[in-house]
Design a protein around this ligand. Structure first.
Ligand code: B12
Length: 229
């Protein structure tokens, strides 16, 4: 299939999924996605990047005049989260197909304290899984002492830090500094990739926060893990 045909196929699928999401039809969303995955009309990465992430970002506010409608965002995020959980068996099947029982090491994915956006972190965690890692997704608003404790216990090769709100940069810097201190003190070799919407307009923050690299897509994650996918 040409790139153009692939693009219009995904546009058509997105339009159908988006209508179900805008109608807050959770069952419809799950059924639509599972049936298309099963029929091979959609793969996991396309689903995450072209349907779910896009659906989260392009939020239609039906019930509020305000520019931000928190309760609607919660409902929409919760539907997307349900779809993600329902796709977990498909994700693991795809990972086994690509990597068999091989393990490329542990990965931890966290959000700094007061960062409540966790959908992107969850998708990044699943992309690491697809690349053959054993992933612990810790999620939103995690105290830095707990992140450090988890690192000591799990001995990860990557500790991914997700930042969506620019307000979280201060907490992210502090968390990353703690991680760098642990790395220097213990001689651990883990790397600290960062990702999330906050870097879209501020890529210079990657270095300012002390992170090792930026990754924002499945392709970026595959590239940073050096072709193990
Ligand atoms: C959903 C949402 C929420 C939900 C989050 C629910 C949840 N459980 O996640 C709720 C309602 C809680 C929320 C709260 C708030 N939100 Co909000 N939210 C959004 C929204 C609509 C979508 C975000 C999202 O899920 N995107 C989809 C994900 C999949 O995309 P992504 O994060 O980019 O992730 C991808 C990559 O970046 C990458 N990635 C992500 N993390 C990582 C990590 C690693 C290690 C790697 C390798 C890769 C990676 O992988 C993903 C897949 O490709 C955006 C609007 C928008 N257009 O983005 C606003 C938005 C982010 N929110 C915003 C704001 C302001 C807030 C609030 C302050 C609102 C308020 N007044 O309370 C609070 C902040 C709470 C806090 N302290 O964190 C602003 C931020 C802008 C800014 N300059 O500050 C936005 C942009 C809306 C806007 N236009 O104003 N929000």
């Amino acid at each position: 299939m040409s790139e153009e045909q692939g693009g219009s196929r995904l546009e058509a699928l997105y339009a159908q999924f988006r209508a179900l999401l805008d109608a807050e039809d959770k069952e419809g969303c799950v059924t639509f996605v599972l049936s298309h995955l099963e029929a091979g009309k959609l793969d996991i990465v396309e689903l995450y990047e072209e349907l779910l992430a896009r659906g989260a970002r392009e939020h239609r506010r039906a019930n509020c005049d305000d520019s931000i409608c928190i309760w609607e965002e919660h409902v929409r995020t919760s539907i997307i989260r349900t779809v993600l959980e329902c796709c977990f068996p498909s994700l693991m099947k795809e990972r086994r197909k690509r990597h068999g029982d091989k393990q490329h090491g542990n990965v931890l994915v966290v959000c700094p304290p007061e960062e409540y956006h966790e959908l992107g972190a969850r998708m990044a965690a699943d992309f690491f899984t697809l690349c053959g890692f054993t992933v612990t997704f810790v999620g939103a608003n995690t105290p830095q002492e707990d992140i450090v404790e988890a690192v000591g216990l799990l001995q990860p090769v990557y500790v991914g830090v997700s930042v969506t709100s620019p307000y979280s940069f201060v907490a992210a810097r502090s968390t990353i500094q703690h991680l760098v201190d642990v790395r220097n003190r213990t001689g651990a070799m883990f790397r600290i990739p960062v990702g999330g919407d906050a870097f879209r307009h501020s890529p210079e923050m990657v270095e300012k926060l002390g992170a090792d690299m930026l990754a924002n897509s499945y392709a970026d994650i595959c590239a940073l893990v050096g072709g193990v996918h």
